[in-house]
Design a protein around this ligand. Sequence first.
Ligand SMILES: Cc1cc2nc3c(=O)[nH]c(=O)nc-3n(C[C@H](O)[C@H](O)[C@H](O)COP(=O)(O)OP(=O)(O)OC[C@H]3O[C@@H](n4cnc5c(N)ncnc54)[C@H](O)[C@@H]3O)c2cc1C
Length: 244
Amino acid sequence: MNKIMKLEYTAKIAGINRIGKDIVIINLKTSNPIKYKAGQYIHISLPYNNNILVNPYSIASTPNDKDIEIHIRNTSYGLSNYFYNEASIGDVIKISKAQGEFIYHKTNNKIIALGGGTGIAPLKAIIKQAKIANHQNDIDIYFASRNIEDLYLHDYWKNFEKENLNINYIPITIEQSSYPEIKTGNIFDILIDRQKSFVNCDIYLSGPPAMIEDGFKILDNTDIELNNIYTESHYRKYAGKNAK
Ligand SMILES: Cc1cc2nc3c(=O)[nH]c(=O)nc-3n(C[C@H](O)[C@H](O)[C@H](O)COP(=O)(O)OP(=O)(O)OC[C@H]3O[C@@H](n4cnc5c(N)ncnc54)[C@H](O)[C@@H]3O)c2cc1C
């Protein structure tokens, strides 16, 4: 990732929502309007302990929303530690223009969104954008995390499913939980179990690199068209390597 980045926007922290032991949702207001497409990311920079920290974060909001929303998992280091433990309303940070190729593509296909951890952030934007674009076909949202506490958008997606007839929400944890509606296991095993054919489907994949690699290994051997799998461009190297 190129860290020499032009940080042309100033943004003020307008909202902080700390969830569970390591997730924080931040709302940012930029001094000048910033152009972006649902699913893209920005670089965020902050002077911190005699360093300038710069990291990319996905945007979870759409251009129709008034603030930029980002979701951060605290690693106890660097920028994520600042956002989770120290950030206050009104703090000022620098951000870059938006970039990235993981964006919503308007088609009539069924949408299958697969998100792991904070990888759900750009999917929140993409699915909201699909609804804004009046997407009529089904939208299946698979959201996977280690355990129930890490499934930080569980209530959001449950309500979204209730309010929208074409939304199906499939929550998944690796660890067994006592919630009957939550499936346990590998996100792709659960996907293959539910979805027998991928003809006329668009897949949006977002999560840690190991999850994306795993996803391509499994999807390469289904009837999905590789061009119908959308993910961030640096993950395309995993595509098609395992096709038989
Ligand atoms: C396109 C893209 C989108 C992304 N979107 C998101 C997102 O939406 N949400 C999200 O949470 N993350 C996202 N990430 C990951 C994010 O950019 C950071 O990598 C992540 O938040 C970790 O950053 P950090 O500041 O916590 O730590 P780092 O940048 O990993 O480290 C900060 C400092 O701490 C030091 N350090 C780190 N680990 C240790 C250690 N174990 N011991 C001692 N020193 C250490 C480092 O050397 C460094 O000086 C995204 C990444 C990419 C590429």
